[in-house]
Design a protein around this ligand. Structure first.
Ligand code: MG
Ligand code: MG
Length: 256
């Protein structure tokens, strides 16, 4: 991928802007999380997320994003077997659905990118366990985002954690640097080998995003050309934060 070579170390000033973008993005996600209930449409969530973002003078990062055709919405809302890139619309949330919501915000030219998954009550044991493992794997990866470690250390930590719980990480979609562009280098897969890949440096900003599947690592794309589903129809989950690598502990820019 061409964006992989575009690795940008951010200045203190740029990082401060990214903190603001991250906070706005977090507010949009928290607001829609509170709206999730049986009977609501995914388009209703999308409209509110856009309102929150624009109320801060920011812009939805996903809207118009280039792909098979420009992405049409503020959020991606992916349900059950839908792993990522589900397009909001007239679909109604039902009890027991796993809902994965991803949002990007551009503030003053910089992007915050973050996602979470939740289940519409009542939750099955299987869904709760999948969500717990996927969310934990995000923090296992973030803990490795320290100066001197390599991208492979982050990737391997996520993969080992997920696979040790009997689940799979996707091979076809990855985390990424984030900044002026939503997708910058380095590419940060959810699988990899310790001690391999680019060395992390202070000032790198990376969106790390474990995408986890119960059945197999394989995915396919629906005829809408955006929605990615598990190839076997099994449940999936997705958590993401934009994270700053520092000389000390990693800083989550999109924290709630
Ligand atoms: Mg995202
Ligand atoms: Mg991302």
């Amino acid at each position: 991928m061409s964006w992989e070579r575009n690795i940008v170390i951010k200045t203190a000033e740029e990082i401060e802007i990214m903190r603001i973008a991250g906070r706005i993005n977090a507010e949009a996600l928290q607001t829609v999380k509170a709206m999730v209930r049986p009977g609501i449409t995914t388009a209703a969530l999308d409209a509110v997320a856009e309102e929150v973002i624009r109320s801060h003078g920011a812009i939805p990062a996903f809207k118009g994003y280039p792909g098979p055709y420009p992405y049409p919405a503020t959020l991606t809302v992916s349900i059950n077997d839908e792993l990522v890139h589900g397009i909001p619309g007239t679909r109604i949330l039902r009890p027991g659905d796993i809902v994965s919501i991803d949002c990007g915000t551009v503030y003053d030219g910089f992007v915050g990118d973050s996602a979470f998954s939740m289940v519409v009550e009542p939750a099955s044991e299987e869904a709760l366990r999948l969500l717990e493992v996927t969310e934990n794997s995000l923090y296992v990866g973030i803990a490795k985002m320290k100066v001197g470690n390599r991208v492979g250390d982050v990737s391997a930590a996520v993969q080992k954690y997920v696979e040790s719980h009997g689940y799979y990480v996707t091979r076809e979609y990855t985390g990424h640097g984030v900044g002026r562009d939503m997708h910058e280098g380095p590419m940060v897969p959810n699988y990899g080998r310790d001690g391999h890949g680019l060395r992390l440096r202070a000032g790198m900003t990376i969106a790390i995003e474990p995408m986890v599947l119960i059945g197999t690592p394989k995915t396919r794309v629906l005829p809408d050309q955006w929605t990615v589903v598990s190839a076997d129809g099994s449940l999936t989950a997705h958590f993401e934060h934009s994270v700053l690598v520092t000389d000390g502990e990693p800083e989550i820019l999109t924290a709630w």
